[in-house]
Design a binder for this molecule. Structure first.
Ligand code: S3P
Length: 417
């Protein structure tokens, strides 16, 4: 697919619903003691992987327009799956459901696509094993033998919300308290558990007698909004409105980083539902300058590093992003994708030094054919880089269906999608 330089972005673009929160609403909604309506869910491939897996656990899930109706079976109501659960491309589906399967009185076998087969699972297997679950190995396909779990105190240096959430889901069933000591990272699972009456005293999890998930309205995904925030910033004369964007502070690192670089991003209409902040964004084009980002800030923008790296290529001066080693184990090796593919559009701009990414801004841009590595966020970042400069030819545009099925329609000018 060929993308060429875009005209300034004016008006409103509709952003798809948040992927992380949709996964949690499907999983926790399935465990509710009564039916749950999830409004504005993400109809992307990753979330359908979660829906399919929960259906194999015996949960009835219906789709009506932009809502899901989940016929919750209660914490103890899941059935032993008759088939293998396929998490597709979705690390969140796999790791969270490994936590859930660890607590069930039956065996569950998981598989996934070639990308997921390469991703690390020991980070969830280790704590879940300590809680009492058994695993057939550490690679897909993988069988979890669940059962009675004990609570654990677990400390990990990996700032992974997927690990934290797997332990929290298992901890819901444990016969003792669970205490997790993990660096700050996205807290959607905790917020939804709190909305269900689970007590979280600091890092201690205490489940309620009855588990009822409230109907929920999911905000739109800041990780998807980020592509347009950057494109509007880069295309002179842009003024763009993005409505109902999730503004949970564990996710807004991209806004802070771009603002520090000189981006003009205004937030209006702020609100909160199910503990999740949200608001409208107005973005005007602006000139950017390079900045330095510390490793501790990365978890708040982990999925936005590729698009931030695009912005940095257009900035004046150098941008140094510290501590991005986790990018190597995402849907693709995103550090390699940035250095290998982004450099084709802006030669001499990107280099990795250990776990740091160094971007020399302001180099001349050119058209090139680039590989997406089958990774939705790499594909969209490359498309934005092409749209902001001299165009790009992408080998596998369909991979955007994971999180943003309407992305190319909108890039083509149909902002409704
Ligand atoms: C996610 C957590 C992050 C993120 C992923 C979604 C989640 O992964 O990169 O896209 O929904 O919990 P890690 O927790 O492995 O960092």
């Amino acid at each position: 697919m060929e993308i060429s330089k875009h005209t300034p972005l004016k008006g409103e673009i509709k952003i798809p619903p948040d992927k992380s929160i949709t996964h949690r609403a499907i999983i926790l909604g399935s465990l509710s003691n009564r039916n749950v309506v999830v409004y504005n869910f993400l109809a992307g491939e990753d979330c359908f992987s979660t829906i399919n897996c929960m259906q194999k656990f015996g949960v009835k899930i219906e789709q009506s327009d932009k809502s899901l109706i989940i016929h919750g079976v209660g914490l103890r109501g899941l059935k032993a799956p008759k088939e293998i659960l396929d998490a597709g491309n979705s690390g969140t589906t796999l790791r969270l459901l490994m936590g859930l399967a660890a607590a069930q009185p039956f065996k569950t076998t998981f598989t996934g696509d070639d990308s997921l087969k390469k991703r690390p699972l020991k980070r969830v297997i280790e704590p879940l094993t300590k809680m009492g679950a058994k695993f057939s190995g550490d690679k897909l396909p993988l069988t979890v033998t669940g059962g009675n779990l004990r609570g654990i105190r677990y400390k990990t240096p990996i700032a992974s919300a997927q690990v934290k959430s797997a332990i929290l889901l298992a901890g819901l069933y444990a016969n003792d308290v669970t205490i997790i000591d993990i660096p700050p990272c996205r807290n959607h699972t905790e917020l939804m558990l709190l909305a269900c009456g689970v007590r979280l005293d600091g890092s201690i999890l205490i489940p309620p007698a009855e588990f009822i998930v409230p109907d929920c309205n999911i905000p739109n995904d800041i990780s998807s909004a980020a592509f347009w925030i950057v494109l509007a910033t880069l295309l002179e004369g842009s003024e763009l409105l993005l409505k109902n964007i999730g503004l949970n502070e564990t996710r807004t690192g991209i806004i802070d980083a771009l603002a520090k670089m000189g981006a003009k991003i205004m937030i209006t209409n702020e609100g909160e539902e199910i503990g999740e902040k949200r608001g409208d964004l107005i973005i005007q084009s602006a000139r950017l300058r390079g900045i330095e980002i510390d490793a501790e800030e990365i978890p708040r923008m982990i999925d936005e590093i590729p698009i931030l790296a695009v912005a940095a290529a257009f900035a004046e001066g150098t941008t140094i992003i510290h501590g991005v080693g986790e990018l190597r184990v995402k849907e693709s090796d995103r550090l390699a994708a940035i250095v290998n593919e982004f450099n084709k559009l802006s030669p001499g701009t990107y280099r990795a030094e250990g776990d740091d990414l160094i971007i020399t801004g302001g180099k001349p841009k050119q058209f090139a054919a680039c590989k997406t590595y089958g990774d939705h966020r790499i594909a969209m970042s490359l498309a934005i880089m092409g749209a902001a400069a001299e165009g790009v030819d992408l080998d596998d545009p369909d991979c955007v269906n994971i999180s943003y099925p309407n992305f190319f329609k909108q890039l083509g000018g149909n902002f409704e999608g």
